[in-house]
Design a protein around this ligand. Structure first.
Ligand code: SF4
Length: 343
């Protein structure tokens, strides 16, 4: 009898939290209730259905495909983050994330534009001392080729003056990912990086009037840490892109022996993120080097309320991944349209 009473209370918590989610009033307690309730399949489907409905209402069912080009700057964080492929002792892995030459950057951008992407994210490493000059040089080179929408992702490495310059160059979005808001989890995974610098940089970017992008990682702390990391971003009104990455051990890194994080956890967190940020582009992060199998998750993230900007092309030092056709075909079978540029 007492067990039945507890289950009924849990069901009612879940339904109350769904109603809060529908109204965009998600706090930690309701996020936790949604997450734990969704360990039951029928409740997970209810959560996904609500999140997808909100995505359809606020953003529609048209996907925008982008390219992620790695790396426009080298990463000076020392030691490298323990999960990152840059910390791999296997050179064939770490070199994929080494800085592109100007020629390689130009070739990568031309390749992405040729495939019809609608925007390009230029990804680089982090240098807490600043990366203004290499970022400006990279943007200038790209602008010689295309006026496509651009985003920059180099951590807290930009001055306010350069952010203003980037806006003039029609860079619409700047990412400065926190990965986790829990200081102990951040320091454990990223001993050479600074959470405070990342949060301060987000505030500076918002003040400068650019759109914000962020990635939080499932696997850096507990599930509660993951939910808190999503919720803490509510303070940034211009958050426009939020992706959830799923830790997967990379050969040769200090975290090689750690257990991979659960994609199911990431999908539930994605649905909750959709309720928190109804109008943002929300999805699973695409990281071809750390997590090569992730394109197969496209239908699941769309069903969980993800969209509407997905990475169709990934460019690395020696590898190019073109998922444009796979995403289009999967999207079309689920009733989505994809926009792309003709060149
Ligand atoms: S800051 Fe980014 S690129 Fe640099 S080591 Fe950490 S995860 Fe890798």
């Amino acid at each position: 009898m007492p067990i039945v009473a507890r289950v009924e209370a849990g069901d009612s918590d879940f339904e109350t939290s769904l109603q809060r989610g529908r109204r965009g009033e998600v706090d930690f307690e309701s996020a936790w209730s949604l997450f734990s309730g969704a360990s039951q399949r029928n409740k997970a489907l209810e959560l996904f259905s609500l999140a997808s409905g909100i995505r359809d209402e606020k953003l529609g069912r048209e996907l925008v495909l982008s390219a992620h080009i790695h790396m426009i700057t080298s990463c000076e964080v020392s030691p490298s983050c323990l999960y990152c492929s840059l910390s791999s002792a296997d050179r064939s892995i770490s070199k994929e994330r080494s800085r592109l030459t100007t020629r390689e950057l130009i070739q990568g951008v031309k390749y992405a534009v040729d495939k019809g992407v609608q925007s390009i994210v230029l990804v680089g490493g982090t240098d807490l001392g600043g990366l203004d000059s290499p970022v400006r040089r990279a943007v200038e080179k790209v602008r010689e080729i295309t006026d496509i929408d651009l985003a920059i992702d180099v951590g807290p490495s930009l001055s306010q003056e350069t952010v203003r310059w980037l806006k003039d160059e029609k860079v619409s979005t700047v990412y400065c990912s926190i990965e986790t808001v829990t200081p102990s989890a951040f320091t454990k995974a990223k001993p050479g990086d600074s959470l405070n610098a990342r949060i301060e940089c987000m505030a500076m970017l918002e003040g400068a009037g650019v759109k914000l992008g962020n990635v939080v990682m499932n696997g850096l702390g507990s599930t509660a840490d993951l939910l808190r990391s999503i919720l803490c971003l509510k303070r940034f009104k211009s958050l426009s892109y939020l992706y959830i990455s799923t830790f997967r051990p990379v050969k040769g890194t200090p975290w090689e022996g750690k257990r991979p994080a659960s994609v199911w956890t990431s999908l539930k967190a994605l649905s909750i993120a959709r309720l928190v940020f109804p109008r943002a582009h929300v999805g699973l992060a695409e990281v071809g080097v750390e997590d090569p199998g992730n394109i197969a998750r496209t239908p699941f993230q769309l069903l969980a309320g993800g969209g509407n900007a997905l990475a169709g092309v990934l460019v690395y030092k020696e590898r190019r991944i073109n998922n444009m056709d796979l995403i289009r075909s999967c999207a079309s079978s689920l009733g989505f349209e994809t926009r792309y540029l003709t060149v």
